[in-house]
Design a binder for this molecule. Structure first.
Ligand code: ZN
Length: 223
């Protein structure tokens, strides 16, 4: 029996409906003919997150897989799934918003889905620049995971991380290059208070996002 090789025109984006993964969606649409999204439901603080992801998938005409990952919240009651909003960084340098094994699980299931759909490319918006405290957002982890996924299914997957070395300003610049700055600005959800678009303006996620956007727009000469 000859093994079917994976389709290099196909890509799956790990998708949350936030700024980063939506930028990855537009990046993927530019580079691959057939793009699908996978969103993991794990008891996020706001159900809005799943609704926003669904809406973006519909508006951008891409197939959307939503997979139940509720076991994650059983294991990790913390700031991203509960209502305590303060982000603290522990002695080990890891913020309390860290959900252990989250990207390990997400990429494993994205890999299983890629296998089932004969998809070669897996795209994730992880980034070392702004959240270097998360060990499973680092480039070394992703490279290791790429090897593990390929070995585990005997397929040559490629994990792409277009945002790995970009700060928030550069991520906005990329979305502008992709012709999607306004769409991402007004339709994605990053805010810890669950407010779509420009958000509450006060939580750490809004602050980071707004600083990046304002710096980018200022340098571009738009007010
Ligand atoms: Zn906010």
């Amino acid at each position: 029996m000859t093994q079917q090789s994976l389709d290099n025109n196909k890509a799956i984006v790990v998708f949350s409906g936030g700024q980063d993964s939506t930028t990855c969606l537009f990046w993927a649409k530019k580079h691959f003919e057939n793009v699908e999204l996978v969103t993991f439901a794990y008891g996020q603080r706001h159900d809005t997150e799943i609704e926003v992801a669904k809406r973006i998938a519909q508006e951008q005409h891409v197939k959307h897989h939503i997979l139940d990952m509720s076991l994650l919240s059983q294991l990790t009651p913390n700031a991203l799934t509960q209502h305590d909003m303060d982000i603290e960084v522990g002695d080990d340098g890891i913020p309390n918003t860290f959900v252990p094994a989250r990207n390990l699980l997400f990429l494993s299931f994205a890999g299983a889905l890629a296998y089932q759909t004969n998809t070669k490319n897996i795209i994730t918006g992880v980034c070392e620049t702004d959240f270097s405290g998360y060990p499973d957002c680092r480039d070394s982890f992703i490279k290791s995971m790429n090897v593990t996924l390929s070995l585990s299914m005997d397929k040559d997957f490629v994990i792409h991380t277009p945002l790995m070395w970009l700060d928030k300003k550069a991520t906005w610049a990329l979305s502008d290059e992709l012709g999607a700055l306004d769409y991402i600005r007004y339709n994605t959800l990053t805010c810890y208070n669950g407010i779509v678009g420009e958000g509450c303006g006060e939580c750490p996620a809004c602050e980071l996002r707004a600083n990046g956007l304002n710096t980018y727009l200022a340098e571009k000469g738009v007010n």
